[in-house]
Design a protein around this ligand. Structure first.
Ligand SMILES: [Zn+2]
Ligand SMILES: [Zn+2]
Length: 175
């Protein structure tokens, strides 16, 4: 299975029988190198479980990818595997498109012969990006005063900071 470019990710409706059909693809990294695409520089695993109910298709799409993130504490790059999931319902019924549902509803037209997956793969990847990224739980971050990476070395600032902070507290009077 050779990796596909994002715009080659599509499923022909003729290949989807009534019931559940599963598809698996490997995608090249996204070409959007300016934005979020910078995060994902390796191959992306895409699996799609299509549940066909007559002429409606429920797509359950999952992505797995290794991302390069910047640690919120120490500012260093680190690798982290993420998983994302998006569900879309493809239907011919216009009014369903306005219904309240957890699934994203898209309209099929008589000329729809294949379902493009590019947008859903991108959405699933973006959803998979963690809001907070820390290289490891024990990351000690940077010194707020001198900027030293405290994972690598211990600077002298901390001792001074602690001293002056406790000095201030010592002067408070409790009644
Ligand atoms: Zn870190
Ligand atoms: Zn310091």
């Amino acid at each position: 299975m050779s990796p596909l470019a994002f715009n080659e990710l599509r499923i022909p409706l003729s290949s989807v029988k009534e019931g559940v059909t599963e598809f698996a693809f490997q995608a090249e990294p996204p070409v959007d190198e300016a934005g979020w695409g910078r995060i994902f520089t390796g191959k992306i695993d895409v699996t799609v479980r299509v549940n066909r109910m007559g002429d409606e298709y429920l797509f359950d799409l999952k992505v797995k990818a290794e991302g390069t993130f910047v640690c919120d504490r120490c500012g260093e790059d680190f690798q982290y595997g993420v998983e994302g999931r998006v569900r879309t319902l493809w239907t011919h019924e216009l009014d369903k498109a306005g219904e309240e549902t957890d699934d994203d509803v898209r309209l099929l037209t008589p000329s729809t012969h294949e379902i493009p997956l590019e947008r859903d793969v991108v959405d699933a990847l973006i959803l998979a990006i963690p809001a907070k990224t820390v290289c490891r739980e024990s990351c000690r971050g940077l010194c707020a005063r001198c900027g030293a990476n405290l994972n690598e070395k211990q600077c002298d600032c901390q001792k001074q900071d602690t001293d002056s902070r406790w000095q201030g507290l010592g002067e408070l009077k409790f009644e």
